[in-house]
Design a protein around this ligand. Structure first.
Ligand code: NAP
Ligand code: MG
Length: 501
């Protein structure tokens, strides 16, 4: 379970030696919540205590928002030379990589991501995102409108003001970076509310941001409970935009908060029930099986765009299922602090119960269940581990075919031909991502056109980068993270019409 460079126990020893920052970061300083409140963070790898983390009350949220607003109005960041913002954010991304091991370890112990993924995916991806937006700053031009000759009209992007970012626990660093990268680059002040389950890497990010030179108040991090701190941010009249990722229920709550307060902008990324559509002429069954399996089992299925529905032509069902089961058996499920681990934990006890409950629903609905057990790898009896699970013979209209489980569970539904495949794939309240596997180029183009989702992959799954937009339609939300379009999401367009006679 280890490589020669990294003897067994290296990460366990490092985790034991960690003393994570657990206080709120407001106006450039770490401090306790005003009322001294804390909540417990649990390590999902063993189900035991990890840290007491400060819990922001509405007063702390108000402090953070007022500091953000004052910093914005002062112009120290919002009106800074964009090359200065660029320099500071590039430095932040460098510091993230210089602190790779610590950030990765915090992410791993708090969320249950395998340390290997945290080091090779989460931290580098988050750092790249921040750097990418910083580098864009002196490459993106604004517009001059085609006015009559007697006028010049400038269309300039200006920062919105105070952005509240409320993020979930499944990819704490990456999803935070998707919000704070473009929001800070565009000149906004940001108040980040991490998920209660995973605040530690965000607090480290705050420390690195200060070290990089982000001025006080411009970037605050306020751990706390959703209904308290999250709601206070959503209802605050000095917050100009909420950028949210999480469940549809809470996302819709933010729309209500906005409507009941200042009508702030709200962007929502709300997960999905993404279809992986495999047609009978799929060229490489092994490659397809591997992509389908990783498309759902990566991060123990806790991925907003996890490919949780396999819609497969009946003519290749048996062969493909056999291959997917083989991939599932080959995955190394275990202690996230072992470098060989490929699949870590479910992030919380509540989520574990939810996943196990859905496995019972699948049985009750008559699916054939492969796997479906809580397991206890590496002697971690109280950790939150579930083996890769496949529900075969699923009716797409059933609960198991429709509801987001957010665990390592793939439902399999058979169809015949591309028309039925697309129809079944689109039969969902969600529309975040989809894929199609076929050797026929025209069929691929047609399916890519007709699959109703924000991202469609052809003969692959889950490859992406900051260069392309990410987000959904229908109940998967509205608005886009990533790409240059995200800069627009944190800006407003100002028209300046100049009479030149
Ligand atoms: P969630 O409740 O929507 O949490 C997302 C964020 O919203 C967290 O920071 C959370 O804070 C905050 N929040 C919770 N209740 C709030 C409220 N009443 N007002 C304001 N903010 C609030 O998601 P979850 O409970 O972690 O997960 C539930 C389900 O959502 C999952 O099983 C999955 O289906 C889906 N989900 C989707 C994504 C995605 O990426 N799209 C990510 C995670 C979960 P706390 O952490 O303190 O609750
Ligand atoms: Mg935790």
């Amino acid at each position: 379970m280890s490589t020669p460079q990294h003897p067994i126990g290296r990460w366990h020893a490092a985790a034991d030696a960690l003393t994570p920052e657990t206080r709120l970061f407001i106006n450039g300083e770490f401090r306790d919540a005003r009322d001294g409140d804390t909540f417990e963070s649990i390590a999902p790898r063993h189900g035991g205590f990890l840290a007491h983390v400060s819990a922001a009350s509405d007063i702390d949220v108000d402090d953070a928002v007022r500091a953000a607003s004052a910093a914005f109005d002062s112009g120290v960041w919002s009106r800074a030379d964009r090359r200065e913002r660029q320099r500071v954010l590039v430095r932040l991304s460098e510091l993230m990589l210089e602190n790779l091991d610590e950030l990765a370890l915090l992410e791993s112990i708090d969320s249950g991501h395998p340390i290997g993924d945290a080091r090779s995916v989460d931290v580098p991806n988050a750092a790249r995102t921040i750097r990418w937006y910083a580098e864009a700053l002196d490459k993106v031009y604004d517009e001059i409108a085609p006015t009559p000759e007697n006028a010049i009209a400038l269309v300039r992007r200006e920062p919105l003001g105070v952005v509240g970012a409320v993020v979930p626990w499944n990819y704490p660093l990456i999803i935070s970076a998707w919000k704070i990268g473009p929001a800070l680059a565009a000149g906004n002040s940001v108040v980040l509310k991490p998920a209660e389950l995973t605040s530690l890497s965000a607090l480290k990010l705050a420390e690195l941001g200060r070290e990089a030179g982000i001025p006080a108040g411009v970037f605050s991090v306020i751990p706390g409970l959703g209904p308290v701190a999250g709601q206070a941010l959503g209802r605050h009249n000095l917050v100009d935009k909420i950028a949210f990722t999480g469940s549809p229920q809470v996302g819709k709550g933010f729309l209500s908060y906005a409507g009941e307060s200042n009508g702030k902008q709200v962007s929502l990324e709300l997960g999905g029930k993404s279809a992986q559509l495999v047609l009978a002429d799929v060229e490489d069954i092994k490659a397809c099986a591997s992509a389908v399996a990783w498309g759902i089992f990566y991060n123990a299925g806790q991925t907003c765009h996890g490919g949780s529905r396999l819609i497969v032509d009946e003519r290749v069902h048996d062969e493909l299922l056999e291959e997917i089961l083989a991939v599932g058996r080959s995955l190394v499920l275990g202690d996230p602090l072992h470098e060989a681990t490929q699949i870590g934990t479910i992030a919380s006890k509540v989520q574990l119960a939810r996943v196990l409950e859905y496995i019972e629903v699948a049985r009750a609905e008559g699916a054939t269940v492969h796997g479906g057990n809580r397991v206890h790898p590496d002697g971690l009896a109280e950790g939150y581990y579930v083996e890769p699970t496949i529900f075969d013979g699923v009716d797409n209209a059933s609960r198991i075919g429709q509801e987001e489980i957010f665990g390592p569970a793939l439902s399999v539904t058979t169809v015949r031909g591309v028309d039925e495949g697309i129809r079944v794939a689109n039969h969902s309240d969600y529309g975040l991502a989809a894929s199609v596997w076929t050797a026929n180029g025209s069929v691929a183009h047609r399916a890519a056109r007709d699959l109703r989702a924000g991202t469609v992959w052809v003969n692959t799954y889950d490859v992406s980068d900051v260069i392309t937009p990410f987000g959904g339609i229908k109940q998967s939300g509205a608005g886009r993270d990533r790409s240059l379009h995200a800069l627009d999401a944190y800006s407003f367009l100002k028209t300046t019409w100049i009479n030149v006679g």
